[in-house]
Design a binder for this molecule. Structure first.
Ligand code: SAM
Length: 238
């Protein structure tokens, strides 16, 4: 936890917060904070800054906070991901949040197992938990937005061209002969396939919507590996 994320509901007065639960446990056990210590804090979707510990008991911590530092700039990349298996989706959501991705579309595709869509991992509270963990790791406060798109064709043909407008539109596909570009100067919309890969008709549909297929080479990477490799290759991390 490199930043303690604060919520409006934590405030007890102007610049004063009281935290219990997980964040308190971390501050007490890992930071071993005592009154007079400063911790790095940030308001969800707001400014970051310092929190001066004023009181710490066995159940809660109180701090006076000054929030005067803007969060890091978002990464100019929209991620469109064929829904991975539940264990992987948690890790990927957290990892891309760390990398600064702010818009994620989880989409269906022929080789996405139907049961994945009813996984508890996709419940709002569980998704938010992963997003917060990603923000805490990266020292960021801007919460990413996640959209679920269970119908491939209408999404790719009708919505995706608008989402990808004025961006470099790419589908990562190991069978492509075109190498993935490096350090592109424009925002990117990046589509990632499911565990079994996109089928040909899906690649054609994406091409129809303006998405060029690109490859990282002959090695087929797990989605968890391919996503951060593609993001760091395409963008300058900030
Ligand atoms: N057997 C599948 C195939 O051949 O497409 C492998 C799918 S891979 C586990 C999941 C996704 O990660 C792929 O659909 C693609 O988006 C991305 N990926 C993995 N390795 C890649 C590579 N070498 N080049 C481009 N994308 C890759």
């Amino acid at each position: 936890m490199n930043i303690i994320i604060l919520f409006e509901s934590d405030f007890t007065g102007h610049g004063k917060v009281k935290l219990a639960g997980r964040r308190f446990g971390y501050i007490k056990k890992v930071h071993r904070a005592s009154p007079g210590d400063f911790l790095f804090v940030g308001l969800l979707n707001g400014q970051m800054g310092k929190g001066l510990v004023t009181k710490i008991t066995d159940r809660f911590v109180e701090m006076e906070v000054v929030l005067d530092i803007p969060p890091p700039e978002p990464l100019p990349l929209v991620l469109v991901l064929a829904l991975p298996r539940p264990k992987a989706v948690r890790r990927i959501i957290q990892a891309v949040t760390c990398l600064g991705v702010k818009t994620i579309y989880l989409i269906n595709s022929w080789r996405v197992e139907k049961s994945f869509w009813s996984s508890p991992v996709l419940k709002t509270e569980n998704v938010e938990k992963e997003l917060i963990l990603g923000l805490e790791q990266a020292k960021d406060t801007r919460m990413p937005e996640i959209f679920f798109k269970p119908l491939f064709k209408p999404f790719v043909l009708e919505e995706l061209p608008l989402i990808a407008e004025k961006t470099i539109a790419l589908t990562a596909h190991p069978k492509s002969f075109a190498p993935c570009p490096k350090d592109v100067a424009k925002p990117v919309t990046l589509v990632i396939g499911p565990e079994g890969g996109f089928i040909d008709i899906e690649i054609k549909t994406l091409e129809k919507s303006g998405f060029k297929t690109v490859s990282l080479g002959k090695r087929i990477l797990r989605t968890e590996t391919a996503v951060p490799v593609l993001i760091s290759r395409l963008t300058t991390l900030r």
